[in-house]
Design a protein around this ligand. Structure first.
Ligand code: AMP
Ligand code: GLY
Length: 422
């Protein structure tokens, strides 16, 4: 089979890596891909959001299955456009991807179907939002409705900060139209866990749990990033919590989407917080998480292509999905200055040495190949991922791997996976 994976970051490298292990997959294309992906797939220079060009390519190359990994092409309807040309595509259609594309949609869905989440109000007018803030408890959480590269959420610790966030989103349009409407919601506390789930709209099968580290520096200091590292499994997500989530969140969400005529097929990502009043949904994503995928898929023993194939045909119930015990850790190596200003073009060395340690895979995020050399080409550059018989062993291994890798001004967090919740 010929598969096209859409995207070009660490998540896509992991998906391509896992698909390349399937005996059913003969050839993988990836658009646009990166330097690491190029070792496993033929990279095609098409932007992930260029729906028309992607469909044209898929038709010409006679692709058997397209896997759309990032949120924006899903929200733009890339799966619908592929299907319209008779191409099998993995991922939600636009009418279901809205669960991530519009925070107003997802909050209203949860309210309507009694799925636990933070209390909220929606505003399309800055004056009304500011008036509401005068009476709202602080801290408060301000969210732009639309996609904002993971940056559209402000936790305001003071009224001034909250008002500033409203002005920036609604009047200065720092997130463009994504901030035309905002959600102001209750500030919740508790440990967070990410659970990604395969679903075909009839069956939902959660993957092993994971936890992200969003802040740039150790001890959760510094600015929010796209994710500085992940580990799997979460230290708090036990069998009891998994049962609670299945009953109160996972199944009700799948059913709610069906009831709305928006059947969700693909990977549904649940960003959860274990509050003292039970587990609540912080956010939904309509896709694999990045860098959660880097620690979840290395623990998958089953054939990923077969799972995608079954979901497209709505027979996920017939697939037995097996996971490896133990743990996995991904430490992100970022460019100096990330997440603000950073330079690109530094040569990267030591990737092979890290992988030679065994049980380590270095997934590329922002890299490209120039004159046979792999150089940095983004803020998050690599995800050094280790699997081991326990989480603690995986942490140790991942850091041994990171120490082998080098590029100018490389920085990484030293505490990935270490935080313990009691
Ligand atoms: P999101 O982009 O929706 O995942 O939000 C980014 C981060 O903001 C989450 O991972 C949480 O740490 C935090 N966050 C979002 N909503 C809330 C909330 N209602 N209460 C507390 N923290 C939140
Ligand atoms: N790691 C968070 C996300 O993929 O949205």
């Amino acid at each position: 089979m010929k598969v096209l994976v859409v995207g070009g970051g660490g998540r896509e490298h992991t998906i391509v890596w896992k698909l390349s292990q399937s005996p059913k997959v003969d050839k993988i294309y990836c658009a646009p891909g990166n330097a690491g992906i190029a070792a496993l797939a033929e990279c095609v220079a098409i932007k992930a959001t260029d729906v028309e060009a992607m469909v044209d390519f898929a038709v010409k190359a006679q692709i058997d299955m397209v896997m759309v990994a990032p949120d924006d092409p899903l929200v733009l309807g890339m799966v619908d456009a592929m299907e319209a040309k008779g191409i099998r595509a993995f991922g939600p259609r636009a009418n279901a991807a809205i669960i991530e594309g519009s925070k107003v949609f997802s909050k209203d869905l949860m309210k309507k179907y009694n799925i636990p989440t933070a209390k909220y109000e929606v505003f399309d007018n800055a004056d009304a939002a500011i008036a509401y803030l005068q009476t709202a408890p602080i801290p408060t959480v301000i969210k732009a409705e639309g996609l904002a590269l993971g940056k559209g959420v402000i936790i305001a610790q003071t009224l001034d900060e909250a008002e500033k966030a409203v002005h920036e989103m609604m009047e200065d349009k720092v997130f463009g139209n994504a901030g035309s409407r905002i959600v102001i919601e209750e500030f919740l506390t508790g440990p967070e866990v990410s659970v990604l789930a395969f679903t075909d709209g009839k069956t939902i099968k959660p993957m092993v749990s994971a936890q992200d580290h969003k802040r740039a520096y150790d001890n959760d200091e510094g600015l929010n990033t796209g994710g500085m590292g992940t580990f799997s499994p979460s230290r708090i997500y036990d069998e009891k919590m998994a049962e609670e989530c299945m009953k109160n969140i996972f199944l009700p969400t799948m059913d709610a989407m069906n009831a709305e005529g928006r059947t969700f097929k693909g990977v549904l990502y649940f960003g959860l917080m274990a509050t003292k009043d039970g587990v609540k949904v912080i956010e939904y994503n309509c896709r694999f998480g990045d860098p959660e995928t880097q620690v979840v898929l290395p623990r998958l023993e089953s054939d990923l292509y077969e799972i995608f194939d079954a979901i497209i045909d709505e027979r996920l119930d017939t697939v037995d999905i097996k996971w490896r015990d133990g743990g996995a850790v991904c430490v992100v190596a970022a460019s100096g200055g990330y997440p603000v200003k950073y330079e690109s073009g530094s040569e990267i060395t030591g990737i092979e040495a890290a992988e030679a340690l065994g049980d380590i895979t270095v997934f590329h995020a922002g890299t490209k190949c120039i004159d046979g050399k792999v150089v940095t080409a983004g803020g998050r550059v690599l995800g050094v991922t280790a699997v081991a018989e326990s989480l603690d062993a995986a942490i140790k291994k991942a850091y041994e791997g990171v120490e082998k890798v080098h590029f100018d001004k490389m920085h990484y967090r030293k505490d990935i996976g270490i935080k313990k919740y009691n």
